[in-house]
Design a protein around this ligand. Structure first.
Ligand SMILES: [Zn+2]
Length: 279
């Protein structure tokens, strides 16, 4: 129970911080987002590729292929809508995480969107998660998550703050969206449908388009309109738990940080799954 109280306290603190900071970040974002006439650059990062299949060992549907397909669809949608689009990969090749970050950081007036699918040994786990790290990335994460989670038939697993390498090292707003669990039979079946992948891409694109309309959470500080997207509450998973950390090897360069032990089985499963790849 103490742990739960602690977590609630953390979440409340996170929410308060986000409420207090979102307005200024939203304003900063809109100034630098291409609304001045120059097109925004969207750097799209299809997770994994080449020898890095993504997911977990023995997984039937290769995550790298699903990521790339959604990313290419997103590229087409955003290009058609006037965005300048850059792909960290547009074929089945391996690009190191540092290379992906370097591409993202070579652009100004840009945002970074990483596309992944989730995996965990328990096939029942399901749902959509969206990750961010820097405060200035939260409105983008909220907007993308609002649309993807709202448009998918899957469980809403929320917005989460975690120090993935590609999120920590990028100096532009950066978001990683987990478009469902390929280890879940239902979600894997969805993912293998081209129309569903198109839908995912369209929802992500909607989040990109509406990234500056995320509400601060203070109804009185701005005019509430049907155009505004509610700020999504998030859980902070940037805290280290040494007891759990020791149970799982860290096979990559991302943050070794890990949330406090969770009372929810699905959370720890997702965390375990996430540690095995960069998202
Ligand atoms: Zn992945």
């Amino acid at each position: 129970m103490r742990r739960n109280s602690f977590q609630i306290g953390l979440s409340a603190a996170g929410l308060l911080i986000s409420f207090l900071t979102t307005s200024s970040y939203a304003a900063k974002s809109s100034r630098s987002s291409g609304d001045d006439g120059s097109p925004l650059t969207v750097v799209i990062d299809a997770g994994h590729g080449g020898h890095d299949r993504g997911g977990i060992p023995g997984q039937r549907v290769a995550e790298k292929d699903m990521n790339l397909d959604v990313a290419l669809r997103l590229r087409n949608i955003l290009s058609a809508n006037g965005y300048n689009v850059v792909m960290t990969r547009s074929s089945d090749v391996f690009v190191p995480l540092g290379g992906r970050v370097a591409i993202a950081n070579s652009y100004r007036n840009a945002i970074f969107v990483c596309i992944h699918f989730n995996a965990t040994p328990r096939s029942g786990a399901s749902g959509i998660e969206t990750y961010f790290y820097s405060r200035e990335s939260l409105p983008l994460a909220s907007a993308i998550h609002y649309y993807v989670a709202g448009g998918a038939p899957s469980e809403n697993r929320g917005v989460r703050r975690r120090g993935y390498f590609v999120l920590r090292r990028t100096n532009i707003p950066a978001v990683l969206v987990e478009c469902g669990f390929l280890t879940n039979p239902t979600e894997a079946a969805y993912a293998q449908s081209a129309s569903y992948r198109q839908r995912l891409a369209e929802e992500i694109a909607a989040g990109v388009r509406r990234r500056n309309t995320v509400g601060s959470g203070f109804g009185t500080t701005r005019v509430a309109t049907s155009e505004s997207i509610p700020l999504q509450p998030y859980m902070d998973q940037t805290n280290v738990s040494s007891s759990k950390k020791s149970r799982t090897k860290h096979s990559h360069k991302k943050s070794a940080r890990k949330k406090k032990s969770s009372s929810k089985k699905s959370d720890s499963e997702a965390s375990a799954a996430s540690r095995n790849r960069e998202g």
